[in-house]
Design a protein around this ligand. Structure first.
Ligand SMILES: Nc1ncnc2c1ncn2[C@@H]1O[C@H](COP(=O)(O)OP(=O)(O)O)[C@@H](O)[C@H]1O
Ligand SMILES: O=C(CO)[C@H](O)[C@H](O)COP(=O)(O)O
Length: 505
């Protein structure tokens, strides 16, 4: 049996459906039984005839997607948060500017005639993809619960939409944002339409699953693996002791529980939004991989790094890691940042502070800007991201989670330094999957459920997620990282003090 996975981790224009067909090269198409989608939670806007509508003042309908990390709707989200509506309890107490309600309100307030009045369908990107494949407009419970304030138990809350000025959705029974909701992995309609099959180079009628947001697919892809024989504390413990960390452009920290846990500043609790029957809390850092790229590529020594890495046929990150090994001498590599500290919120803080006004900070810069400086700044950035993970875990544990093991996936999990720093700084073992692209495993799990090959998502998770490597923390370095963490917390405290000084009249 082969399962096709189609990840779309980027916003795309509505038509045409432009897949990467390499994934099925050399495979007998008759063996492809199910198709699952995951994508970032970007907002796709279509008119009543399903044609793209512009989400910009230039009226360019080729740009009909508001990307997840777009922070245009700051005023709208502030007003939504001021309502203190009870649905906000289920998004960590504070709605993020990256969710869909503020973006929708922005469209209504800013592009009334060119977009809002003409709009027929607002989709989360994963739901757009499953609609495009099947013609079925049903939404996934995952996207609606996590980004649109839908409750798995109570459905839409009319009073919320009325209170924030989007009563339009209530009046038409939510037809534009979804009034048919299916659990991730449920089979959609008659499967792949002939038109989509032609576009994708697949056979019509294969099962297509209700989709997942990318981070949630990553969570499914890793969290249920059988860990026997790896010497892990989580062996024999409930799955709720595992935290899936999906780290790519951003990082998402997915923890599950049997009962709802309210963690201030951490999204959720969301019922059945990832693993059916479990509540999900989702911590996050809005930029992580993007921040590392930004720090490295913006440094004066980057051109020299590129030349040297290319000469060795290495990625810049592999080169930097080996360079750090050279300059560390006898000490552990992490100790190179004793006087260089980074606060990583260059795009605001998602969790646990839920403060989009926070900015990045670096302290300890010198006049020199050579390759050693670049490598050490890169290390301090990686450490800052790992310290941010520790900050999120502490908030989750203070609220009732009990986490013992991290399961990492996403582009950053290919970086051994990033993985080791997460182990050392959190003090927890890090499990990497056999399949590096675990987000795709999550999408394949959906396809396998839709095709009926597995009776439940849990069964598919247990069979399809596999442990690869385990990285243990260097506990002898704990004292050093505890001190780094103390400085980390001071940085944000100081940033708030600066703001207070500047705002004092
Ligand atoms: N081989 C690698 N070594 C180190 N870092 C990597 C590697 N590949 C990707 N990355 C990092 O991962 C990030 C992208 O992760 P990815 O999961 O592909 O992104 P997305 O979240 O957008 O799907 C990049 O920003 C980069 O910092
Ligand atoms: O909010 C999300 C998950 O809930 C986004 O989809 C996610 O953070 C985007 O991630 P990336 O660009 O790293 O794939």
């Amino acid at each position: 049996m082969h399962l096709l996975v189609c990840p779309f981790n980027f916003p795309l224009l509505s038509p045409p459906f432009s897949p990467n067909l390499k994934v099925v090269q050399g495979i007998d198409l008759n063996q492809i039984r199910g198709l699952g989608f995951d994508a970032t939670c970007s907002l796709v806007v279509l008119d009543k005839q399903f044609r793209p509508l512009p989400v910009n003042h230039e009226e360019d309908s080729h740009r009909n997607v508001i990307m997840w990390l777009d922070h245009r709707a700051v005023s709208q989200v502030n007003r939504i948060n001021e309502t203190k509506h009870s649905v906000l309890q289920y998004v960590g107490g504070v709605m993020s500017v990256e969710m869909q309600a503020p973006k929708l309100l922005w469209l209504k307030e800013n592009l009334r005639e060119t977009c809002w009045d003409k709009a027929g369908h607002f989709f989360d990107l994963p739901d757009f993809l499953s609609w495009k494949a099947t013609g079925v407009t049903a939404r996934s419970l995952c996207s609606l619960v996590c980004k649109w304030t839908y409750s798995a138990e109570r459905g839409w809350d009319d009073s919320f939409w009325k209170m924030i000025g989007l009563e339009d959705f209530v009046a038409d029974n939510y037809s534009k944002i979804g009034n048919q909701v299916l659990p991730p992995g449920a089979s959609l309609g008659n499967g792949l339409t002939p038109e989509a099959a032609r576009d994708l180079g697949l056979l019509p009628g294969i099962a297509v699953a209700a989709s997942l947001i990318d981070a949630h697919a990553g969570g499914l892809g890793v969290i249920g693996a059988d860990v026997k024989g790896h010497g892990l504390v989580c062996e024999g413990q409930p799955v709720t002791s595992r935290l899936a960390v999906i780290c790519g452009t951003s990082s998402c920290h997915m923890g599950i529980s049997k009962d709802p846990i309210f963690v201030p500043g951490v999204w959720g609790p969301y019922f059945s939004a990832m693993v059916p029957g479990f509540w999900l809390n989702e911590g996050g850092q809005s930029i992580t991989g993007k921040l590392i790229d930004h720090m490295v590529e913006g440094h004066a020594a980057f051109p020299e790094l590129q030349v040297k890495a290319t000469a060795r046929c290495q990625s810049v990150y592999a080169y930097l890691n080996s360079h750090l090994d050279l300059i560390k001498k006898a000490q552990p590599v992490g100790f190179l940042t004793v006087d260089l500290h980074v606060w990583p919120d260059f795009h605001g803080n998602r969790s646990p502070l839920a403060d989009l006004t926070l900015k990045g900070m670096v302290t300890g810069l010198k006049l020199s800007q050579d390759l050693d400086d670049l490598a050490i700044l890169y290390l301090a950035t990686v450490q800052a991201i790992a310290l941010g993970t520790r900050f999120i875990i502490e908030a989750m544990e203070a609220a009732g989670h009990s986490i013992s093991t991290l399961f990492l996936c996403g582009g950053l999990s290919k970086n051994p330094l990033f993985v080791q720093m997460h182990a050392d700084i959190t003090g927890m073992p890090v499990v990497l999957s056999q399949e590096v692209e675990s987000v795709l495993v999550g999408a394949a799990i959906l396809g396998a459920c839709a095709s009926g090959d597995f009776a439940s998502v849990q069964e598919a998770m247990a069979k399809m997620s596999k442990v690869g490597k385990v990285v243990f923390p260097r506990l002898q370095d704990k004292r050093y990282y505890d001190k780094k963490y103390q400085v980390f917390l001071k940085l944000v405290e100081h940033q708030k003090e600066y703001l207070a000084i500047m705002n004092d009249n």
